[in-house]
Design a protein around this ligand. Structure first.
Ligand SMILES: NC(=O)c1ccc[n+]([C@@H]2O[C@H](COP(=O)([O-])OP(=O)(O)OC[C@H]3O[C@@H](n4cnc5c(N)ncnc54)[C@H](OP(=O)(O)O)[C@@H]3O)[C@@H](O)[C@H]2O)c1
Length: 325
């Protein structure tokens, strides 16, 4: 069943609830994935400068606009990368993304991380020994948020938002500018329910988009789709475990952006089911049994970012915290 529901954001624009993720979708694969997705009915695409695959996506957009969809029927998100957080770099970075995609506007532009890197051409500027990423400690998230507000005021982008922001980060930018982000895109799946952040977002009318809804599968740990609790629920609906995880996110009100480059999975991930309350509870109980797992922590990257973003155990001892003013 393709429900393809949309959710109205705090600025009045509408985001389709299911989108296609494109992180780690390789060159030679990503264009095809986007084309299959749009033909299958997806209207929401989640992109980013740092995924380094936007030019190929731009080529595939030409194949589907306007023959399959009108541009205004698509909801296209991209993200400002960390090397362009300084206020005087933001508009040029946005324009470069438009150029890569062959578009004249985005539906949603997000600050990808609450972390500024040394500004310049290098996407990931490194220390001389190559172990660490060079951070910019001058530019705050408020500075960057103000530049996004200016882009929206100038009519260049429909909606603006953030990603990987905590409650404290959201409060800092909203208190400083009076403008709350339309969206916070966060890691969210049954092993990372983030109930506090969900309650805050609901109260302040900030929409949450769930990234890594299938748990990404990068960690080497058991994939969430492979837990028996998830496959037992899937069997009841004669569905795929991934569909259960997507439905779990939908039931929590998120938009959900599973990534796949596999034809059959792109299609089945879009084929939505509605979880009954008891099945939702079964999936939710995974957290109580297994505890919290956050897969995406930049302090553990190579080269690592020496910053505590989320207050996780793995970030203890980091030199910096998010610069909020
Ligand atoms: N804002 C951020 O910082 C941030 C961070 C991470 C992700 N994101 C966004 O969120 C999107 C989704 O997150 P993600 O890519 O991390 O992980 P994900 O969507 O949770 O998982 C993707 C993995 O699951 C596999 N998969 C897809 N459909 C499946 C199915 N039906 N059954 C079993 N396995 C399946 C994919 O393989 P195949 O492709 O081989 O099918 C891929 O290995 C990203 O692509 C990106 O757009 C944003």
């Amino acid at each position: 069943m393709s429900l393809n529901k949309t959710i109205t954001l705090n600025d009045g624009n509408k985001i389709p609830q299911i989108g296609l993720g494109t992180w780690l979708s390789k060159p030679g694969e990503v264009g095809n994935a986007v084309e299959i997705a749009v033909k299958a009915g997806y209207r929401h695409l989640d992109l980013a400068k740092i995924y380094q695959n936007q030019p190929e996506i731009g080529e595939s957009l030409k194949k589907v606009i306007p023959s399959v969809v009108k541009r205004e029927e698509l909801f296209i998100t991209s993200k400002l990368w960390n090397n362009a957080h300084r206020a005087d770099k933001v508009e040029a970075a946005y324009d470069e993304t438009l150029k890569e995609l062959g578009l004249d506007y985005l539906d949603l532009y997000l600050i990808h991380w609450p972390v500024a890197f040394a500004p310049g051409a290098d996407l990931v500027p490194k220390t001389s020994d190559g172990s660490q990423t060079v951070l910019d400690r001058e530019t705050s998230i408020v500075d960057t948020w103000k530049a996004l507000i200016a882009l929206q005021k100038a009519g260049k982008v429909k909606s603006i938002g953030v990603s990987n922001f905590t409650i404290a980060d959201l409060e800092a930018i909203t208190n400083a500018t009076g403008v709350a982000p339309a969206v916070n895109q966060i890691e969210a799946h049954p092993l990372l329910p983030q109930d506090d952040l969900v309650a805050y977002a609901n109260k302040h009318n900030i929409h949450l988009t769930a990234y890594s809804p299938l748990g990404n599968n990068l960690s080497g740990k058991t994939k969430i789709v492979d837990y028996p609790q998830v496959s037992e629920v899937a069997k009841k609906y004669n569905a795929d475990p991934a569909q259960v995880l997507i439905a779990w996110g939908v039931k929590r009100g998120y938009s959900v952006i599973p990534k796949s480059v596999t034809d059959t999975r792109i299609k089945s991930n879009f084929d939505q089911l509605e979880l009954k309350d008891e099945d939702y509870e079964t999936v939710t109980s995974l957290y109580k049994e297994l505890g919290k797992v956050r897969f995406n922590i930049p302090k553990t990257y190579q080269p690592f970012w020496d910053i505590d973003i989320f207050g996780e155990e793995a970030e203890k001892g980091a030199k910096y915290t998010v610069k909020r003013e």
